[in-house]
Ligand binder design. Structure first.
Ligand SMILES: [Zn+2]
Length: 454
């Protein structure tokens, strides 16, 4: 027997006078429970036409049949997501159902679809209404879930090698980012997509970088403080403060919650040779390994490495530790984080003996690729630039330099977390879309008034 059974006993047709919809009501009795399924023939207004509505025999799945496919919804999910004021608080956009009192065996008694609205009567004496738009947006199809993941949860990335870098590196004027929401959004989208962007014409003030992070959300504090100054220091506890070559690395891999994006404000640049920034896209190289050297990729994604930082800053001592692979994947197998830092890798290595040698071979290959001319780009920041980049994706470094008398290379760095960047992007996209729609509405109204005045 078909998993989905159409239940028909009595039938009545309702034809609406405006000719927009035809409703077909079907009724069925099952023991002492009654299921009513209404089928509505409707004119599709941007949505697929729903041909029928069915409940599975166990009443755990409700299906809406369209011309192209069937949209299925678990009925427990529908009850859990009831949109009535008793179950969902609109102003906080939050579910208020008390799970302590919730009937997890709840089943629909009847379901009907009329005028793009689905109404369900439940076994717990509750009624829910859902609009078709709301349901379609939350459809469980692979396509819809992927769309949500790539457009709203996370955003699609474009990885790059050295040849593409010039094409993808975008520059944004500091004042415009601070004053215009659209420029702020463009900068953040560029940073998300390509993992790198430069903000230019930044005032030579110590707090310019912090002001920029606060335009997005707030500065991410670490044990080096809210801001860090990169200047050649004698007797430093961090190798970034030496003027010798700074090898490719990610910042602070020893944090379980490593800072998401790095913002480096160049206040004073060295005038001679050196002091150049180096970047490589760790995801690009990681994906290359996945395709061409799958064994190395596997080792780099499965071997836990001990990342550590021991030292002190402003009199406060710290001892940070985090175990994580060099390449971290999410549950979909996509890369989400690169951990890479020679100075911050502990000599404790919590891996099985036989895996250690294989790991060195794999990381050797990864390192070689990061430094290869196909993947590695070098450029010199100008004074007044803020180099912004994804610290969980790109590796960065700097060539050695020598300060000239009275002119010390000076960078001030800050971090932002991806949670805050993503949040700002989602909010800005909504706001800008709304204001664009309002502008169209306003200009339509103006046009209408103009017509009336003739
Ligand atoms: Zn409800």
């Amino acid at each position: 027997m078909n998993f989905f059974t159409r239940l028909i006993l009595t039938t009545s047709y309702v034809t609406r006078c405006e000719g927009v919809s035809l409703t077909l009501r079907r009724k069925h009795s099952l023991g002492n429970q009654q299921i009513r399924v209404s089928k509505q023939k409707r004119v599709a207004l941007g949505n697929p036409e729903i041909n029928s509505l069915t409940l599975s025999q166990k009443r755990d799945i409700l299906a809406l049949d369209t011309d192209n496919n069937t949209l299925k919804f678990p009925t427990i999910w529908l009850r859990d997501n009831c949109q009535c004021p008793a179950c969902f608080q609109r102003h906080s956009q939050s579910r208020t159902i008390d799970w302590g009192k919730f009937d997890f065996g709840v089943k629909p008694l009847s379901a009907k679809l009329v005028e793009s609205e689905l109404t369900i009567e439940w076994s717990d004496n509750h009624r829910s209404n859902f609009t078709l738009d709301w349901l379609i947006e939350r459809s469980f199809t692979e396509e819809k879930r992927k769309l949500f993941r790539n457009k709203i949860y996370r955003f699609e990335r474009t990885t790059w090698g050295a040849n593409e870098f010039g094409k993808y590196l975008k520059k944004f004027d500091y004042k415009s980012v601070l004053n215009e929401d659209s420029t702020l959004l463009n900068w953040l989208e560029s940073l998300t997509k390509y993992g790198v962007a430069i903000v230019t014409n930044v005032p030579a003030k110590n707090n310019s970088n912090k002001i920029l992070t606060e335009r997005v959300a707030f500065t991410r504090r670490t044990h080096y403080g809210e801001e860090f100054t990169v200047i050649a220091k004698d007797g430093t506890t961090n190798v970034a403060y030496l003027s010798s070559t700074l090898p490719l690395h990610t910042d602070l891999p020893y944090y379980h919650y490593a800072p998401g994006a790095n913002l480096l404000h160049c206040l004073v640049q060295s005038q001679g040779k050196g002091g150049e920034s180096q970047l490589a896209d760790g995801f690009h190289v990681g994906n290359y390994l996945k395709l061409h050297e799958p064994e190395s990729y596997k080792i780099l994604t499965k071997t836990l490495v001990d990342w550590s930082d021991v030292g002190h800053e402003n009199g406060d001592h710290f001892h940070s530790l985090h175990q994580a692979p060099v390449l971290c994947e999410d549950e979909f197998g996509d890369l989400v984080r690169v951990n890479f830092s020679q100075p911050q890798r502990d000599s404790h290595f919590n891996a099985p003996l036989e895996q250690v040698i294989l790991w060195y071979e794999a990381v050797g290959l990864f390192t070689k690729l990061l430094y290869s001319p196909e993947n590695n780009v070098t450029f010199k920041l100008a004074e007044g630039d803020i180099l912004t980049f994804d610290n969980l994706r790109l590796v960065h470094g700097r060539s050695a330099y020598a300060d000239t008398t009275g002119r010390e290379r000076l960078l001030i760095g800050c971090y932002l977390d991806w949670d805050e960047i993503y949040s700002r992007i989602r909010v800005l996209r909504k706001q800008l879309k709304r204001s664009k729609e309002m502008n169209i509405e306003q200009s339509t109204r103006n046009l209408h008034q103009l017509c009336l005045s003739f």
